[in-house]
Write a protein that binds this ligand. Sequence first.
Ligand code: HEM
Length: 157
Amino acid sequence: MELTPNLVPLARLVGTWAGEGVGEYPTVASFPYHEEITFAFVGKPFLVYTQRTRSADGRPLHMETGYLRHTGDGHVEFVLALPTGQVELAEGTLRSDDDGLSLELDARVWSTSTAKDVSASKRTYRIVGDTLDTVLDMEAVGQPMARHLASRLVRQA
Ligand code: HEM
């Protein structure tokens, strides 16, 4: 299936990626995790995103789903739902260079009444060759913006 024209600059992102990450936050002990993400083209002018993570000993951890849109001029919008009671509305820029592709997004985050309070996040995705580096910083539980996640994923066959 041929990508819609607005998604052509995101072509390198399409597919499944897996690898290892490290989580941290000023309020929690740091932890390793395994992550698998997919950006799928379904014939519409957006990519469908799914993410699953597990602990080093195989227990399920965080997961999330969303939709990534590119308006065609380097502006990207990423809408995400989290099972922990948050939604993220992220917007930012897509940059393509000789080395690879970078997405930098800032999100406003809303939390349900019983969820841990998260008010903002910053996500970056950087592809060089078959490697995808992801980073997530967040403003949550009364803390200023601080690193929560960083992972290095490899394209899956
Ligand atoms: C790779 C994905 C993620 C993994 C593996 C992960 C894992 C963890 C772990 C193990 C903890 C500490 C224990 C706990 O409170 O359950 C934690 C805490 C937390 N995470 Fe994540 N997380 C992920 C993504 C996210 C995202 C996307 C957000 C929000 C945008 C988020 C928000 C939080 C919050 C608010 C806390 C609680 C901090 C506190 O209570 O002090 N996490 N996460």
